[in-house]
Ligand binder design. Sequence first.
Ligand code: CA
Length: 150
Amino acid sequence: MMRSLGVLVLVVTFVASGAIGAAASFAPDYRPPVPPAPQTITATLDVYPGTINLKSNGKYVAAYIELPAGYDVADIVVSSVILAGECQADPYRVKIGDKDEDGIPDLRVTFSRKDLQKTSVSSGLTELTVEGLLLNGGSFSGTDVVRIRK
Ligand SMILES: [Ca+2]
């Protein structure tokens, strides 16, 4: 009885040390992951057009997003970008440029005008917010005032 228990302990010890050895050989240069930056940074937002007629046949509303110095608009996770809390950015209509020619790159994303029609966005001068995630784990949020016509 004691003898078989001894064998069992030996086997467990062997398996455990083998697992540690395997983990070490998989990642010899293992470094702990950089902790995500949880803060939300404020983006500069320009929604185009400045007057959005929700009855018109236009298909898209565009938003130009600039990030503060030290952040790269290429790090914006496009699939996470939303307008007015619920409209998802079109992942195929994205472009990095500099629309206002101030030397700070902007990411142009587009949203379906139909999606915006379905929200509870009010008419008249209205604050529209675009928000999303960054690759470093942080997030951004920007607001622009536009005129909504219904
Ligand atoms: Ca710019």
